[in-house]
Design a protein around this ligand. Structure first.
Ligand code: SF4
Length: 410
């Protein structure tokens, strides 16, 4: 079981502060037996922490992934160090299931997030979108896939429901602490984004008032507590905390959350489809219904064809060649329909595009087919080794931490 220290018990302070703010109905607040005190680990490059007692509500958002877990451990240490007296809530978003009932997230993420919050004795809440889950949004409401430029999966499925919950929690905090009407309740909203993940995330400020989400009732300050951390620092913090990470990382995944994330790497998507064939089949059926590839750079049809080819190869089946040819055809057809191949629009430097020649299309399709096949071969190998009977890994020892850091660098 987790060795994390319930900050409530160590300080004798009820984090979540039910004496001042009563948890909403249905919320969980559990303190585990007090384990031995942890020693503080080496300083991490997270930047200066804000004065937590300047906020009356701290919301720690969690996907149950490694970054969320490390952030939770880090924030709980600061809560203890600063003797924070306000309400703290660990908030998880549930994105729903497909038409066949397959969860779009990895199995066990909600239970993992709940376990992590309980290890610190914190209030835990799961929120869902009132207007329907991600599948309903994609197939019925939007009739399109989410993408880098249309992140409704985040804005509508995560931020929107979280902020609706914050609205209710702010009213509770105001009533419990007798904060006068017209005085905004200060809320610290914590996200486990890291600069290393992408240039877009690197450009995000560490601490900033979110004016869009703030109102005369509340001031939302968005804080990225582990923004400057490396992957090694993340895993070191998780090991120090003694908490159980989700087993997905030991299967070979780099990221958790939605199993088939539009922003995931080719390798993660391939492994996810290999581990969750029923979910991948639902995504392929949706792709055909919408007439759009799952992402601009990769379709679910290509992923499944790549896996078929890699499995046939591994089995020494002569059908492997035909499967690879089918994959090549899917890649070529998707590439041929892109604005770049058709010579539509302008390049990044503003020049008018020219259509690709047949030879260019064939060469690019061949190169991409080789990439997809290589990722499929690796995914088939990893999936064969993955023990998916357990969704939680044991707390990390030194060897496990080293292996996870090394895997992330590959
Ligand atoms: S994990 Fe990916 S698909 Fe899911 S909400 Fe986040 S960005 Fe969207």
């Amino acid at each position: 079981m987790a060795r994390a220290v319930p900050v409530t018990a160590r300080r004798g302070v009820r984090v979540g502060n039910p004496g001042r703010a009563r948890p909403a109905a249905g919320l969980v607040q559990t303190a585990l037996p007090l384990p031995p005190p942890r020693r503080r680990g080496p300083a991490c490059s997270g930047g200066a922490a804000p004065d937590l007692n300047a906020y009356r509500l701290i919301v720690v958002c969690t996907s149950a992934g490694k970054d969320s877990l490390a952030m939770l451990a880090h924030v709980c240490r600061l809560i203890e160090e600063q003797d924070y007296r306000g309400r703290v809530v660990v908030l998880h978003n549930h994105l729903g299931v497909t038409g066949s009932g397959e969860p779009v997230e990895w199995p066990g993420v909600e239970a993992a997030a709940r376990e992590h919050a309980a290890a610190y004795g914190l209030e835990f809440v799961t929120v869902t979108r009132n207007g329907g889950g991600l599948w309903h949004q994609v197939l019925v409401q939007r009739r399109r896939w989410m993408s880098n430029n249309a992140r409704f999966c985040t804005s509508d499925q995560k931020t929107g429901p979280a902020m609706a919950w914050v609205t209710r929690a702010v009213a509770e905090v105001r009533a419990a602490e007798r904060i006068p009407a017209g005085q905004p309740v200060p809320v610290l909203y914590c996200l486990g984004l890291r600069a290393q993940e992408s240039p877009g995330r690197a450009a995000q400020p560490l601490l900033q008032v979110d004016r869009r989400q703030s109102s005369r009732n509340r001031t939302i300050t968005r804080w990225l507590p582990i923004h400057g951390w490396s992957i090694a620092e993340v895993w070191a913090e998780i090991r120090r905390a003694g908490l159980r990470p989700h087993a997905g990382y030991s299967w070979g995944l780099a990221r958790l959350s939605c199993a088939l994330c539009v922003l995931a790497s080719l390798e993660d998507l391939m492994l996810a489809a290999a581990l969750r064939p029923a979910l991948a089949a639902d995504y392929r059926a949706a792709e055909l219904e919408l007439g759009q590839p799952f992402t601009e750079r990769l379709s679910m049809g290509e992923i499944l064809a790549g896996l078929d080819a890699a499995r046939a190869e591994a089995a020494g089946d002569p059908a492997a060649a035909d499967a690879a040819l089918l994959l090549y055809g899917l890649v070529r057809d998707r590439l041929a329909a892109t604005p770049q191949a058709r010579g539509e629009g302008v390049t990044k430097s503003g020049k008018a595009r020219t259509p690709w020649t047949a030879a260019t299309l064939a060469a690019r399709a061949g190169a991409r087919t080789a990439e997809v096949l290589a990722a499929a071969r690796r995914a088939v190998e990893l999936a064969a080794r993955a023990d998916t009977s357990q969704v939680m890994a044991p707390p990390l020892d030194e060897a496990a931490e080293t292996a996870l850091v090394a895997a992330a660098r590959r």
